[in-house]
Ligand binder design. Structure first.
Ligand code: ZN
Length: 105
């Protein structure tokens, strides 16, 4: 079945080109990676997995695929200082209003 392996190689090449493109590589570079994987799969496919860039922030792919960057939810929460009673957001070690140390560690 030489056709089956050919189809698999082309599929791998297309996947690599698509994966490169959505990760921020240019169309030209992505196509080169795809062709490289199709021609020399065992060389370029591991190389692609190693060298592929991480998802760029601000791309449309980012919202759907980027699960690496966890959002610091403490930015959204206001906490009252136990000493002066004023509210602050974020996760500071000291109160921004009175300077009381909030965390010992
Ligand atoms: Zn305070």
């Amino acid at each position: 079945m030489p056709y089956l392996s050919l189809i698999l190689l082309i599929t791998a090449g297309l996947y690599t080109a698509w994966d490169s493109y959505r990760r921020g590589r240019s169309i030209f570079t992505s196509i080169l990676w795809g062709v490289g994987v199709s021609v020399l799969f065992f060389v370029f496919f591991p190389l692609h997995l190693i060298t592929r860039p991480r998802f760029n922030t601000g791309t449309r792919w980012n919202k759907r695929y980027n699960k690496d960057n966890t959002i610091d939810v403490t930015d959204e929460i206001s906490i009252a200082c136990s000493h002066c009673g004023q509210y602050f957001s974020g996760n500071p070690t000291t109160c921004p209003h009175c300077g009381t140390i909030l965390k010992e560690d």
